[in-house]
Design a protein around this ligand. Structure first.
Ligand code: GGG
Length: 348
């Protein structure tokens, strides 16, 4: 009997609501052969009100012993600056070497698309998840004075670029064998010429994958103009973050999209979460769409060596959405709990 030990960090806003939905689906998949031991950590804005910090000082040591981490969403800008609530998540990604952020986005029959007449979309953005703009490098100078200025330097290492691209190529080989690098080497002539160069050097090794590069602005346009042409998109940290909000929007809504923050060497736990944030405007109303959160639980199962259970989640989501059971963000009437019940019923 496999018991998967999962650290649960629901976070802020709708984070707790969608986490409850995802955990209910996981519980429904338990059997004599597979179970889950969830340990919940009520960190975030409320924790900050009591303790003056978002997470306790030993949070990394606490999380390290788990098989995986499940996160809902972080942030509530009216209570705390976003850079304070996001910091622990960045620290987790960097300390646990979760350098590959995998963010699939696809359309589902039954979900009204946002792009009139667009064919089915099925793409994955691989976001470099440990360097780029995540490197806390810079400062503000002459603060409050008329000549105040800020410096923030992104770091792009050959090693970080190569492993992200190799991850993308390997993923493309298991999909439709197309890889697009999001670059900006026309304007960013140091960092992105390095990305371009590494792509050029690796491409001959992956002769069975059609590789190209497009400037980030062109990709943004082409996500709207011909999204079906994309398979795997490899992007630096910030570009990947921006593109995955867009990929959510074009496939129906950000509530649909899951995300895996992977440590491919498995030397520390990986983290799974919906792509969306904490949506304070609808928090507590019971109307959040838990699809992305539930699919993220599916990605976690795949990572934990339970591909059959992961497939059951994906099929249940397809069946439920396909039957027209939708949350309000997609034009439906089902609340989070009622939608989750429909998913659970469709697991069988
Ligand atoms: N569930 C994802 C979440 O809460 N994201 C908050 C956020 O702002 N993330 C920014 C990032 O991933 O860099």
């Amino acid at each position: 009997m496999a018991t998967h030990r999962i650290a649960v960090y629901p976070g802020d806003g709708i984070g707790a609501e969608v986490t409850d939905a995802a955990l209910a689906v996981l519980r429904a998949l338990e059997s004599p052969g597979v179970s889950f031991a969830f340990t919940r950590f009520e960190w975030g804005c409320r924790y900050h009100e009591q303790h003056g910090v978002v997470v306790p000082g030993d949070f990394i040591a606490t999380l390290r012993g788990f098989d995986a981490i499940y996160l809902g969403a972080v942030g509530w800008p009216a209570k705390l600056p976003d850079n304070v609530t996001l910091k622990p998540l960045i620290t987790i990604r960097q300390t646990f070497d979760q350098w590959a952020c995998v963010r699939p986005a696809r359309t589902f029959p039954g979900v009204p698309g946002r792009l009139a007449g667009a064919p089915a979309i099925d793409l994955v953005v691989v976001r470099e998840n440990s360097e780029g703009e995540y490197v806390d490098n810079g400062g503000r100078f002459h603060v409050g004075q008329p000549d105040e200025f800020a410096v923030q330097s992104a770091i792009h290492t050959r090693r970080g670029i190569e492993r992200a691209l190799r991850f993308g190529f390997d993923l493309a080989r298991r999909r439709r064998r197309r890889l697009t690098l999001a670059t900006k080497s026309n304007a960013q002539r140091h960092a992105f010429t390095l990305w371009d160069e590494v792509l050029e050097q690796l491409t001959p090794e992956y002769g069975d994958v059609a590789a190209d590069k497009q400037h980030i602005d062109a990709i943004a346009m082409n996500f709207v103009r011909r999204p079906e042409s994309f398979d795997v998109v490899v992007a630096s940290n910030l570009f990947g973050d921006i593109l995955t909000d867009l990929s959510g929007a074009i496939t129906g809504g950000l509530g649909l999209n899951p995300s895996a923050n992977l440590n491919p060497a498995r030397t520390a736990p990986s983290l799974f979460e919906p792509v969306h944030g904490s949506a304070p405007d609808i928090a507590g109303q019971g109307i959040a769409n838990p699809t992305g959160a539930i699919l993220a639980a599916g990605m976690m199962l795949e990572w934990l060596g339970e591909p059959a259970l992961a497939r059951r989640i994906e099929l249940a989501v397809e069946r439920t959405l396909g039957a027209g059971a939708l949350t309000p963000d997609l034009g439906g009437k089902l609340g989070t709990a009622a939608f989750t019940d429909r998913i659970i019923a469709a697991l069988q």
